[in-house]
Design a protein around this ligand. Structure first.
Ligand code: AMP
Length: 521
């Protein structure tokens, strides 16, 4: 299928040609005709699927075909949870609309509001905004919603996770009822369905892949180790596997800073983006990483969704995320647009429940590979079929003592992929062979990194030159040959909400308790 067949106009097709987009991705194939037809849409699509073009292209076309804006008015509003995502989506609109006579802008907190007010004065066709700043602009009378045609909620699940429910209520009450609404979310939780129920009219529902299936192009594996050994292990892997640029995820801001310090002390260039940093500093850090001026970018989860880094091959989960879905978003930073990617998790005994939750959600058992010299003193309990078999047997004995026990047969026997996937009762859809993944690489056996080749793009040596022909240090060179030319300093990424937004959320009597609302990210 071509973009032409989807009914996109010439100027957009020319832009796509320039961008090198040869054919629509599955989400684009499904979403573009629906949006062009003016229907409401509820789409389960995770980042990396091309979802942004899935809504931006048809919206730009509709805006071009019908009417013009007026002072202070916006015709399309795209709500996003983080500043980083706001910048990214805005850039996409600018790029896709390069041949169109439309005006777009971006607005988020943490930066002066005046330039945003100035941009709104003459009116805009598209405004990409975070909810808190949008409410401030509205409160100040800087924006009118009277001409709003289309509302997009991008990464709606993330908005709820971050506690933006109250802000969304305020905004929805101020928007015209007659409008087109598109909701994109990585997952369709009950909360998302409830939110959709209140704002969408007779929506078309699309789902590009199982919402909880980790990006298929990303090879995933984990190394069990002790918590205190993780920094040393990361340094060891960087050297041993000759990694180039790596995006590292750490649970807390403090942890991020501590890791960056350790890396820098060992001569590794790294930088950080976190809630204590100003937005310009965060963008600068991201730019340094994108330009390969630093080798490591250390981030917390909030920033994960807004990062679109071309051809990033390596993600490391230094800590596992406390919310299992964040694992999918983290590894979605690599393997984008069908490129090969690798995600490695350093897992300690404390994190076994998080590991189980991730394996349940993604319906897979993550390859477990011991690294000699870094074996855990505090053993990380098995989560694979062995662990599941024991748990299943225990459960069966407790629940139905009279029932005849059946031996665990693994995925081939028609059961769920190993680990806690069985607990969910959801069969099949195995991303990696559960039983095989574990039994083929027994912990402490020949599964060590010394003898097993970690997943690498075909035809290229593991840990070796991933882009041997590319210039080291260039922005597209990742993991190439020798050490990347990168200065000292490391990048840490976090996002965050403004104080006003948090106050609004706190004012909500029914505010749900949620881990991420409380701690710094
Ligand atoms: P998204 O899921 O919207 O964050 O997009 C992920 C990446 O895929 C972005 O870098 C886009 O530029 C790229 N992309 C989107 N659509 C296409 C397409 N049809 N062909 C090639 N790349 C695409």
């Amino acid at each position: 299928m071509t973009f032409q067949a989807l009914g996109l106009i010439d100027p957009i097709q020319r832009t796509l040609e320039t961008l090198g987009y040869k054919q629509p991705t599955p989400v684009q194939k499904q979403a573009i005709p629906v949006v062009l037809a003016g229907r409401d849409l509820m789409a389960a699509a995770q980042t990396g699927t091309g979802k942004t073009a899935g809504f931006a292209l048809p919206i730009l076309q509709r805006l071009t075909m019908d009417g013009v804006t007026a002072p202070k008015a916006v015709r399309c509003l795209v709500l996003v949870p983080t500043r980083e995502l706001a910048e990214q989506v805005y850039e996409s609109f600018r790029s896709y609309g390069g041949n169109l006579p439309l005006k777009s802008a971006v607005a988020y907190g943490g930066v002066p509001i005046e330039p945003q007010i100035t941009k709104l004065r003459k009116g805009l066709d598209v405004l990409v905004a975070t909810p808190g700043r949008l409410i401030d602009l509205h409160d100040q009378g800087a924006i009118s919603f009277a001409m709003l045609q289309t509302l997009v909620l991008d990464e709606a699940d993330r908005m709820l996770d971050l506690g933006f429910e109250r802000d969304l209520d305020i905004l929805l009450a101020a928007l015209p009822k007659q409008r087109q609404t598109l909701l994109f979310s990585a997952t369709f939780s009950d909360e998302i369905r409830k939110l959709a129920g209140g704002m969408l009219k007779d929506p078309v529902s699309i789902q590009v892949s199982a919402s909880n299936t980790a990006t298929k192009t990303v090879k995933q594996w984990l190394i069990p180790t002790d918590k205190r050994r993780k920094p040393e292990l990361l340094l060891h892997l960087l050297k041993k596997l000759n990694w180039g640029q790596v995006l590292v995820f750490v649970k807390t801001r403090k942890g991020v800073e501590a890791l960056v310090k350790t890396l820098q002390e060992h001569g590794i260039s790294a930088d950080s983006i976190h809630g204590d940093k100003t937005q310009p500093a965060r963008l600068r850090a991201l730019a340094r990483f994108k330009n390969a001026e630093v080798q490591l970018l250390v981030a917390t989860d909030v920033a994960a969704r807004g990062l679109d880094i071309e051809a990033l091959p390596q993600v490391v989960n230094f800590d596992l995320p406390t919310v299992a879905e964040d694992y999918i978003h983290r590894i979605g930073r690599t393997g984008r647009a069908s490129m090969e990617g690798e995600a490695v998790s350093l897992v300690c005994a404390d994190e076994v429940d998080m590991l189980k939750a991730i394996e349940t959600l993604t319906r897979q058992v993550i390859h477990r590979i011991e690294e000699p010299g870094f074996e855990a003193d505090h053993r990380v309990p098995e989560t694979g079929p062995k662990g599941a078999a024991a748990a299943a047997a225990k459960k069966a004995a407790a629940e139905a003592p009279a029932k005849k026990k059946r031996p665990f047969t693994g995925p081939a026997g028609g059961k769920a992929a190993g680990g806690s996937a069985t607990a969910s009762g959801k069969p099949g859809n195995v991303a990696t062979g559960g039983k095989a993944a574990v039994t083929a690489r027994p912990a402490g056996g020949d599964a060590s990194l010394g003898t097993w080749t970690p997943p690498a793009p075909s035809g290229k040596p593991a840990g070796g030159a991933r882009s041997a022909g590319a210039k080291p240090g260039s922005s597209r060179t990742y993991g190439g040959g020798g050490k990347p030319a990168a200065p000292k300093g490391a990048v840490v990424v976090t996002g965050g909400r403004g104080a006003k937004s948090l106050a609004r959320a706190a004012g909500k009597a029914t505010a749900k308790p949620g881990g991420r609302k409380t701690g710094p990210r």
